[in-house]
Design a protein around this ligand. Structure first.
Ligand code: V47
Ligand code: SF4
Length: 359
């Protein structure tokens, strides 16, 4: 196997194999990989780069799970544990609307006591503030938990949540789908198979979703390829994923911190984004989440196959509790500037990737 063989396949729109993706991860020439990823992206998206104006809302950090990489979750009686009531949710949604947000991104811990009604009430509250706010809410890990709370099937749970205003799902909870990594990272969390099974039902219910991959901890390159293979296979069946988002592990305030993967760093961030663009040929969008990789790597990644920079975010807890050095928020003008200075054309999108405005 040589880089040239892989390049030839990619240029001719032939799907690359798992072994070839692994070869790329081990290939020392970052710029060659980046150039190939940029070629694929240019063919799909030209010079246009998406962003959106959104606000994150983490309704509670109290969680019955103890994922080893998570610095956000707390026990109910621990200092810093919190749960917002519906008045607080309303206030934050009103604030987001006033800032021009088109999306509220809601995820939180698996709270031991909140009833299913609370979650329906939370969605209805945001929709009551404005029916135009798109609700991208709950990882499939939360969907599984809510179904248990409500005593409903996954399909029934999704139906209830949709009725209350759910518009799509974020891509969290995927971590690395491979069992041997998951056993080390998050043994209490649903399995990789269950994550995929629920995601398939989400897509079957007519909801679009995103897909993430948490990297840079205890996994190997082969685990990353295995993770992406499972996503590519599901995408072949459903077409329901909108975007792939690699999440760079932040190592502070969590039990896995001392194991910070020797592979991770700026080069690895760019390589991972570029290989995702090349390998995930059935994903339209590859997102650099500036919160985790920082604004500078996010900007440079636009030359490595990336066409989406997420959004304004406003109040980010999950990465910052774990030591992320990025700011809490970017303004709309700040993202536009980042994209323009990266030599690309900024396009504001809504959550479902409809264009709102080209700048
Ligand atoms: O599933 C938790 C990750 C995820 C850490 O869909 C960590 O548009 C790094 O999924 N270091 C939740 N990552 C966030 C998420 C997300 C973020 C932005 C956009 C979208 C989208 C989804 O955060 C969790 C986990 O993989 N995470 N702890 C950490 N220490
Ligand atoms: Fe809970 Fe999610 Fe943190 Fe795991 S990652 S401990 S499920 S909040």
């Amino acid at each position: 196997m040589t880089f040239k063989n892989i390049e030839e396949k990619v240029i001719n729109s032939v799907r690359i194999t798992d072994d070839e993706a692994l070869f790329l991860f081990e290939h020392p020439d970052l710029l060659e990989i980046g150039e190939l990823a940029a070629f694929v992206n240019e063919k799909k998206n030209g010079r246009r780069v998406f962003f959106n104006v959104n606000r994150h809302l983490n309704h509670t950090n109290i969680c019955v799970n103890r994922c080893q990489f998570c610095a956000f979750s707390k026990n109910g009686d621990e200092a810093g544990a919190y749960t917002y009531d519906l008045a607080e949710i309303r206030r934050r949604a009103e604030d987001a609307l006033a800032q021009g947000a088109t999306e509220i991104h809601i995820v939180g811990g698996l709270h031991p006591d909140l009833p299913f009604e609370f979650y329906l009430g939370m969605l209805r509250t945001v929709k009551d503030v404005s029916p135009t706010l798109h609700l991208k809410a709950f990882t499939v890990v939360e969907i599984d938990y809510l179904a248990g709370l409500a005593g409903l099937s996954i399909a029934e749970t999704l139906h209830e949540l949709k009725g209350a205003g759910l518009g799509s799902l974020p891509g969290g909870g995927a971590e690395i789908l491979t069992k041997e990594v998951r056993d080390k990272l998050c043994p209490e969390k649903i399995s990789g198979e269950r994550w995929l099974e629920i995601m398939e039902k989400v897509h079957g219910a007519g909801l679009r979703s995103n897909a993430t991959m948490l990297y840079g901890h205890v996994e190997s390159y082969a685990h990353r390829v295995d993770h992406m293979r499972r996503l590519r296979e599901l995408q072949d069946r459903t077409g329901g994923f909108q975007v792939f988002i690699p999440l760079a592990f932040q190592s502070e305030n969590n039990p896995l911190g001392h194991l910070k993967n020797k592979l991770s760093g700026g080069v690895d961030d760019l390589k991972t984004l570029a290989i995702a663009r090349i390998y995930l040929d059935n994903f339209a969008n590859i997102k650099a989440y500036w919160v985790m990789v920082g604004e500078k790597i996010a900007q440079v990644s636009l030359a490595f196959g990336v066409n989406d920079l997420d959004g304004t975010v406003v109040e980010e807890k999950i990465g910052h509790d774990a030591g992320a050095a990025s700011p809490q928020a970017l303004s709309r003008d700040g993202i536009i500037d980042l994209i323009r200075k990266g030599g690309k054309i900024p396009v504001e999108r809504d959550t479902l990737y409809n264009e709102i405005r080209t700048y």
